[in-house]
Design a protein around this ligand. Sequence first.
Ligand code: FAD
Length: 272
Amino acid sequence: MRVIVCIKQILKVGRVHLDDHNNLMRAGVPGMMNPADKQALELALTIKNQHPDTEIVALSMGPADFNQSLHQAMALGADRAVLLSSRAFGGADTLATAKTLVAGIQKLGGADLILFGSQAQDADTGQVGPLVATKLNLPQVTYMTDGTVDQERRLVAHRLVEQAQEEVTVALPAVGTVSAPDTADEYHYPSLHAIRVSMDTPVTVWDETDLELAPQEVGLKGSPTVVKRVFSPKQVERKHVQLPAAPQQAVDSLLEQLPVGIDLTEGGTHNE
Ligand code: FAD
C-alpha cells in the first residue's frame, strides 16, 4: 500500500510579509511544516504501524528550501520525499497548486491514500485537498481526526462535524484531509539518528518538464485567482448601556437614548 502525504512548508508565525502582488515573501524567512500536515503524516505512520507493507511518500510543491520540511518528514518516518520545484510554479493559486500536485501524484504512479492537512496556516483556503480529490475523481473524507485501514483495505475515519464525530468508511483509493489538534502533545519527535539519516537521504526534485506540464498551466500563469487586497477589517465600536431595573424608568431611559426621529405613536414609522 502507498500513502502520499502532501506537505506545505509555511513561514514561521509572525514572520509573514507580502510583496506588491500579495504573494508571500519567503526569502530569508525560516519555515516550518504546516501543523495539520504533520498530523496527516502522524496518521500515515499509524497506518504503516498497522500495515507494515505501507510506503509513505512526502510530496511538496515549492522552492528548494521546502526540502527542510521534507527531510523532517523523512526523519519522522516517511520512506522518501519528492519536491515539485521550478520558477514556473511560483505564484500558484489553489487550482494551479492542485494541478501540479496531481501531476506529481500521477508521476509517482498514484497511491491508495493521499493525505493532506485540512488547511494551511498561511493562506488557509482549505481547498487544495478537495481539489486534488476532484481532479483525480476519488472519494474524499475531510476534517479527519483519525483513521485506520481495515482488513478489506477500506479507510475507516472519524471526522469532526459541528458538535459530534462522524465515522465514515470509504473504499481505497481515497483522499483524506486531516485537522490539526489543539495541542501538539501527541506528536512524536525524531531521534538524532533518524535526523542524520534523513539529512543524507536525497529528495527527488521534479520540474514542469518532468511532470509534462506546459508553463502556462502552472504557477502565476495557470492561476485564475488574484488576491487584490489583504487587510484587517475595521473594528466596529460597540456601546453597552445598562438600563435601570424599574420598568417605567427603563422605558424612559431607553426612549431618551434612541435616535431622534422615531415616531412611537401607533402605526408610526422611523423617519430618517
Ligand atoms: P490549503 O488548501 O489551505 O492547504 C490544505 C493542504 O493542502 C495543506 O495542509 C497541505 O497538505 C496541502 N498543500 C497546500 N499547498 C501545498 C503545497 N504547495 N505543496 C504540498 N502540499 C500543499 N489562492 C487561492 O486560490 N485563493 C485565495 O483566496 C488565496 N488567498 C491567498 C491569500 C494570501 C494572503 C496568500 C499569501 C495566498 C493566497 N492564495 C490564494 C494562494 C495560496 O497560498 C496558494 O494557492 C497555496 O499554494 C495553496 O493554498 P492554501 O495555502 O490555502 O492551501
